[in-house]
Design a protein around this ligand. Structure first.
Ligand code: ADP
Ligand code: MG
Length: 690
């Protein structure tokens, strides 16, 4: 990320104590020059000015104590450790070292007074700290003058080293140029750049820790503002460069008419409008960059197919990419179902396609004999080349970042044409956010659901009433309907989730004798997953037990009941997505949110939102209110936007000013604009190559 910056900054090896080995470790963190290090900010702080008595320590908490060494011993046969017992009069605490030598042993003699920092955990004989940080009290003068920062780190790089390094780097602070016009900073009450960086690396003890933790401190806001400007500029540049490129003008022909006529339903007015908007873009000799937002079930896939047909009508190729294999498989089925009757072959490509089949697909894409391919991000690997790629459809875009979009561009016919891009998402994005997150895109909204959908009846039920819920599944299936049972785990591995689903499937198979129960999770082989999904879709299974792999896109209209376990632990947007798997047919559908009591006040309020609303935009708005910043776009977890300090949602109030500042910099100080962009995105260079 900071590769560009390293070319014009002072190299890290200029700092005291940085040799080639340390430089290599720092490079792993993307740190190449002194400026990189200055922008490598702590993620949390500890107040080491507040010493606590040992007697009041509790396991799992960070501790700051002052105590005297009262004894020591070396223990253990295979894994030896050095134990130091310290006392402060209120109690004793054990310090455990696995790595130790004569130096350490000499430094911790009986009677030495220490200030000790670390996380307390339960040991064999009372509380202990493993490899604490410590400082002899009579060694240098006492007293901590700042809150202690903790930096993102990597293996073999200790916090103490990072603190020493940033101390050194802070001495070079005057070399770092401040690009933000002073009057803009003043208007927002921001400190200058140097003040902001100094504060964030070494906050004074009187700073409000909660404010820092929430990212609301003026020093953070100042950097966030700068970063958002950089991001905005990068996206605008991306857009400008793209618009200067040539694309193949595309127009649909009779084939699309035949496709639409063969659909078992008429398009909604919203679908028609969006297709018209897309057609107008496609007709241009410059690349389309359009984001289509539409709630779950609004029928985005048909719109994508209509766009694809415009590319094919012009004799060019199209690619459709989905974020997961399961969703890609679903698209493969839809497109094959719709387009095969028109004589169009649909190719398939994911990372797991191997051997002869893969070679054949790659060859067909390269020589142009395959007009359409559906797949995952594997579509954009280097080895995939297209004869004449004119359109790329990306489904559920919020999981893809600017960099992926850049890579995609390189897939156009070399040097001649850049593909048109159509990006689709069910994540509702408020307009100001869209302008910042996707400043390089035009947007369309499918703001209407197909007619005849009955809103999904949603209830929240304690998992103590599981037996009743199981009966409900039996009743629905007896009436010829199908059901999903979704097992969710938060922050757990795919493997654990798969295990939970497997166990649940076994239990439900037993409880629901006579019903055909299927199981799908992320660890199944693609062919097996495919087979289970196909069986469910064909009505050969009554109940599908699944992990959240079915979150997006899966479409089985006869499924009318969904059970979601541990609903209280999922985000509202995710629950809404999951729930969108039912209510796709004409029958009244319902969704049971199973929760594990007791439910917190907030948990209750959150589940109530889902009971009361089926509108993705409304749910996103309430989610934002209830959960606060950070997760509606799903960017936190995925790093899709790769923002370092700023948070598009938390800092939404800054966005209008950010846009203005970006305009002004471009007009009055293009060099500052460039430098800012390089500092924060490091991508300016790459954009330049496009
Ligand atoms: P999403 O926008 O969530 O991707 P899909 O494209 O999967 O939605 O469409 C959901 C379902 O609605 C599919 O079964 C699709 O065939 C159907 N559908 C799409 N458009 C219409 C329409 N205009 N009228 C009725 N059903 C439609
Ligand atoms: Mg979809």
């Amino acid at each position: 990320m900071s590769g560009a910056a390293s070319q014009n900054g002072m190299p890290l090896t200029a700092l005291k104590g940085v040799g080639p080995r340390l430089a290599e470790r720092l490079a792993k963190l993307g740190l190449h020059c002194v400026e990189d290090l200055l922008f490598h900010l702590p993620t949390r702080y500890q107040d080491r000015t507040r010493v606590v008595p040992i007697a009041s320590l509790a396991a799992g908490e960070p501790a700051v104590v002052e105590a005297e060494v009262v004894g020591m011993e070396t223990v253990g046969r295979t894994r030896r450790s050095f134990l130091v017992r310290v006392s402060d009069g209120s109690g004793t605490l054990c310090l455990r070292f696995f790595h130790f030598g004569p130096q350490l042993q000499a430094a911790l003699k009986t009677g030495t007074r220490l200030r000790i920092f670390g996380e307390v955990r339960p040991g064999l004989s009372g509380l202990e700290i493993i490899h604490p940080e410590y400082r002899a009290l009579d060694e240098e003068d006492s007293g901590e003058t700042a809150l202690t920062p903790f930096y993102p780190s990597t293996e073999g790089l200790h916090q103490i080293s990072l603190r020493k390094l940033t101390d050194e780097a802070l001495k070079r602070l005057p070399l770092v140029p401040d690009w933000l016009p002073a009057d803009i900073a003043a208007a927002h009450g921001f400190p200058d750049l140097h003040g902001a960086l100094r504060l964030l690396h070494r906050p004074p003890p009187d700073v409000r820790l909660e404010q820092l933790a929430d990212g609301q401190h003026p020093a953070q806001q100042r950097l966030a503002f700068e970063e958002l400007i950089a991001h905005q500029l990068a996206l605008r540049e991306l857009r400008l460069r793209l618009q200067r490129q040539r694309a193949q003008p595309l127009a649909a022909d009779g084939l699309r008419q035949r496709f639409l006529a063969a659909l078992p339903f008429p398009l909604t007015a919203a679908q028609q409008r969006v297709i018209t908007e897309i057609d107008a873009d496609l007709a241009q000799p410059k690349p389309m960059l359009r984001l289509v937002q539409g709630d779950v079930g609004s029928g985005k896939t048909v719109v994508a197919a209509a766009a694809v047909l415009a590319a094919l009508a012009s004799g060019a190729q199209a690619a459709v990419m989905a974020p997961t294999e399961l969703l890609a498989e679903q698209h493969l089925r839809s497109f094959t179902h719709w387009l095969q009757p028109l004589g169009i072959r649909v190719e398939w490509l994911t990372g797991r396609l191997k051997g002869k089949a893969r070679e054949a697909t790659l060859a067909a894409l390269a020589d142009g004999s395959a007009p359409l391919v559906v797949g995952t991000h594997a579509l954009f690997q280097d080895e995939v080349s297209f004869a004449d790629l004119a359109l790329v459809v990306i489904d559920e875009q919020h999981r893809f970042g600017v960099h992926q979009r850049l890579r995609l561009r390189e897939k156009g016919r070399a040097g001649e044409h850049c593909p048109h891009q159509l990006i689709m998402t069910a994540t509702p994005i408020p307009r100001t956010l869209a302008m910042s997150a996707y400043a390089d895109l035009d947007t369309s909204v499918i703001d209407e659901l197909p007619p005849g959908r009955t809103p999904v009846q949603t209830v929240a039920i304690s998992d103590a009433r599981r037996a009743e819920v199981i009966e409900r599944v039996r009743a629905a299936c007896a009436a010829g309907r199908q059901a999903y049972w979704v097992c969710t785990l938060i922050d757990e591995s795919e493997q654990l989730a798969a295990q939970a689903a497997t166990d649940t499937a076994a239990a439900l198979t037993e409880a629901l004798a006579g019903l055909r129960v299927g199981l799908v999770h992320g660890r199944l082989r693609p062919a097996d997953k495919e087979a289970v999904m196909a069986a469910f879709k064909a009505g050969e299974l009554d109940l599908l037990v699944a992990t959240t792999v079915i979150e997006v896109g899966v479409d089985v209209p006869n499924a009318s009941l969904m059970i979601i376990e541990n609903a209280e632990r999922l985000g509202l947007a995710q629950l809404h997505q999951l729930r969108g798997r039912v209510g796709r047919g004409a029958t009244a559908s319902s969704c049971v949110l199973l929760y594990h009591p007791p439910l917190s006040e907030q948990g209750r309020a959150r589940l109530a939102v889902l009971r009361e609303s089926c509108d993705g935009f409304e749910i996103a708005r309430r989610d934002l209110e209830l959960r606060g910043p950070g997760e509606v776009l799903g960017t936190r977890q995925t790093g899709a936007l790769a923002l370092r300090v700023a948070d598009l949602i938390r800092d939404e109030n800054l966005l209008p000013a950010v846009q203005q500042a970006a305009d002004r910099l471009l007009r009055e100080a293009p060099q500052a604009a460039q430098a800012l962009q390089r500092r924060w995105t490091g991508a300016s260079e790459r954009f330049g190559e496009v």
